[in-house]
Design a protein around this ligand. Structure first.
Ligand code: GUN
Ligand code: ZN
Length: 432
């Protein structure tokens, strides 16, 4: 056993979804807490007044007064090949894909380019406090190798996969169904279950796969139910009409994936904006998860998620960079709140931070490893600075409750509020 270390700060984690109740028993808040870590895992978490006197004097204690320490953030939907096209001006989803996305993804055929961008991407994740992500790579297997290799350097827990596309994209981004199967299988064998890595079978979205390729995805999924499935569904109206024309036999867009066995636990679908009641029932009963990507939905003008309608199933947050314009889960929560308000709903701050941590971990079925300060969980955590900017300091000074301080952080915070980031108990990012 390596040495025990202690971190003293205000601590916050969750044991479940607090909903809109600021006094929920699912909120575990210690105004002056101590987190004990050894071998990269949480040993104990509790009030400093109780734990400090029991500590041997040799145990080093890192003290962060006026900082808030919580589990690392989980980004449940992001594209690493789109890092350089983030914030590309203007059009709806389908035009944006043609104009910016496909040309950018083409460059990942070059391993040197993939390697460079993978490094930049991992650095951006960490700077923003994201310690676990579900990532779409490009169609090229070498893009997945580059990503996992970069993540291994920082010991991140990561889920990723190569895109599967065999129609309606430029010819050089197409991979025939058989080749996609063989390449995915080789990547699964190389990376799935390797250290903290998991593989995701990744059909981009139904319109860019033939039925033959979706069948291949189902075959891959049946090999091992610990594999992830990662795709987009029901993001824009034009996309919905396109899918209806391509798959006339399907009851709905979601039904296309269902027919090929792609709805189950560890299946994560980005957006889910335009689902009907039967689709929502299928999402819930299958155990599949919704990745809510409000930044992207506003940027591309795709629509507003019905948050209350998602309450019964698994829900996580995704930045969807480059459709989303920030790597920050704090910024994503701010956008989520605005989406909720536009739709006549709300997103309470405690629920928001639950979604960014344990909620994301549960949606990815990784809560046995990450997402809370339960003893035995991996020690991935962030140290937030509620005084990171002049405005945050002034607003926080007026806040009378934890919920109010969290709301200020989610509305005004970004990477400047991420003072430190720890992965497996080691500091991997620090401001100043
Ligand atoms: N649907 C299919 N591909 C994409 C993509 O790259 N980004 C988003 N936002 N939606 C998609
Ligand atoms: Zn996406």
């Amino acid at each position: 056993m390596t040495e025990l270390r202690a971190f003293r700060a205000e601590l916050l984690d969750f044991t479940g979804d607090p909903g809109e109740n600021p006094d929920s028993a699912h909120v575990r808040h210690r105004p002056d807490g101590l987190l004990l870590v050894a071998d990269g895992r949480i040993v104990e978490c509790g009030p400093a007044a109780r734990l400090l006197p029991q500590l041997s004097p040799e145990v080093p204690v890192e003290y962060f007064p006026d900082r808030l320490l919580m589990p690392g953030f989980v980004d449940a939907h992001i594209h690493y090949p789109q890092t350089d096209i983030i914030a590309s001006y203007g059009s709806d989803l389908l035009d944006w894909l043609q104009t910016y996305t496909y040309p950018a993804e083409r460059a990942f055929a070059d391993p040197a380019h993939a390697h460079e961008l993978a490094g930049v991407f991992i650095e951006e994740l960490l700077r923003h406090g994201t310690t676990t992500a579900l990532v779409m790579a490009s169609v090229h297997p070498q893009s997945v190798d580059a990503l996992f290799t970069a993540a291994a350097g920082q010991r991140l827990r990561l889920v990723a996969g190569k895109l599967l596309m065999d129609r309606h994209v430029p010819e050089d981004l197409c991979d025939p169904a058989d080749a996609g199967y063989a390449d995915s299988l080789a990547l699964i064998r190389r990376w799935h279950g390797h250290g903290r890595f998991h593989y995701a079978i990744t059909p981009r979205f139904a319109p860019t796969s033939t039925e033959g390729q979706l069948d291949v995805c189902g075959r891959l999924a049946r090999l091992d139910d610990s594999l992830f499935i990662h795709s987009h569904v029901a993001e824009s109206q034009r996309e919905l009409e396109w899918v209806a024309g391509l798959f006339p036999w399907a009851r709905s867009y979601l039904d296309v994936y269902d027919r090929f066995g792609l709805l189950r636990r560890r299946a994560v679908y980005a957006h889910c904006l335009h689902l009907d009641a039967a689709d929502r029932t299928r999402m819930c009963e299958s155990g599949a998860s919704v990745a809510f990507c409000p930044g992207s939905n506003l940027f591309l003008g795709s629509g507003l998620l019905d948050l209350p309608a998602c309450a019964a199933g698994h829900l996580a947050l995704g930045t969807d960079v480059g459709g989303g314009t920030s790597f920050s889960l704090l910024h994503t929560l701010a956008e989520g709140y605005k989406v909720a308000r536009l739709a006549g709903h709300t997103l309470a701050p405690l629920r928001g931070f639950y979604l960014a941590t344990l909620g994301g971990a549960r949606a990815l079925d990784l809560d046995a490893h990450i997402g809370s300060f339960e003893p035995g969980r991996e020690a991935d955590f962030v140290v937030l600075d509620p005084g990171a900017t002049q405005l945050l300091t002034r607003r926080t000074a007026r806040a009378v409750s934890l919920a109010e301080r969290l709301f200020a952080l989610m509305m005004l915070g970004d990477d400047r509020a991420i003072a430190r980031v720890y992965v497996l108990g080691e500091c991997v990012h620090a401001i100043g």
